[in-house]
Design a protein around this ligand. Sequence first.
Ligand code: SAM
Length: 342
Amino acid sequence: MDQIRIPVGDTDALIDPFGRHVIYLRVSVTDRCDFRCVYCMSEDMTFLPKKDILTLEELDRVCTAFVSRGVRKLRLTGGEPLVRRNIMALVESLSRHLKAGTLDELTITTNGSQLSRFAGELYRHGVRRLNVSLDTRDTAKFKHITRWGDLAKVDDGIKAAQDAGLAVKINMVALKGVNELEIPEMLEWCHAQSMDLTLIETMPMGDIDGDRTDQYLPLSVVRANLLDRFTLEDIPYKTGGPARYVEVKETGGRLGFITPMTHNFCESCNRVRLTCTGTLYMCLGQDDAADLRAPLRASESDAPLLAAIDEAISRKPKGHDFIIDRRRNKPGVARHMSVTGG
Ligand code: SAM
């Protein structure tokens, strides 16, 4: 699917103060993860108590409310979405919106560790594409970055997904001095397996054990270096997300750039993010948020929930202002990426 449909002239549509249609909801279904990526979490994370977390039925209700207001794309993320107990029940239940034609895409972002188990079911429930986060092809480095991960298991998961008929896109966070020299190799590997590759700039979110200025690698530099080896042609391909794509002439594959730091894409932002506790973040890079759990739990009617969603959208900010700066020793936003799921 190349384009997400934007509801035009739909009075129920979610339109923010800057005229942007919100048609994409990303849902972090759990804050837990079976990896501890060095740029994402500290090794010793405190996770949320169960009572604070929305049940699968509650998550379904919120997603359905958004779909009723014109959201056309849902992405489940985390934490690691596939470690949430019984997550396939949510995927199955949400797939009714695909069947009804009220949703264009139900998709997932995963670290791939559990894909061997779930790929077939995801496909059966209407998922057609997914993103796998993978920062290196080197087994030892993979262990170092993820702390707890096993590359062979992720490779098996990717293969299972492709065998099940799912299109896989690899997301790679570009990390200075860690995987920057591997980017050409990753690109060739992905394209040889018919997978798109998207590179992501590291964002200053949450306290981690190291210093982010050591890891930050601007993609403008990566792109310039790639030009020594590859011919990159800008293409209008869009997936509803923030990546800008090029076609790599030598491989015939697509390469995306997500550049929140060097070139933000806020003017075309069409998304909001729900955490597993029902907090709605209207911008990944701002702390302002709306609590949807209270109105959700307050009434069996969706009216209070829908009112809270409208109120939240009316507060969607124009953009974020992430800075990675040695003089500012604090993260740009306090929460970790695992709260809002990237
Ligand atoms: N566990 C799933 C996964 O690994 O894809 C979903 C959640 S994970 C937080 C989503 C994405 O955010 C991953 O691609 C991860 O590499 C990325 N990520 C985490 N922290 C980040 C940061 N500070 N800056 C940029 N990307 C980050």
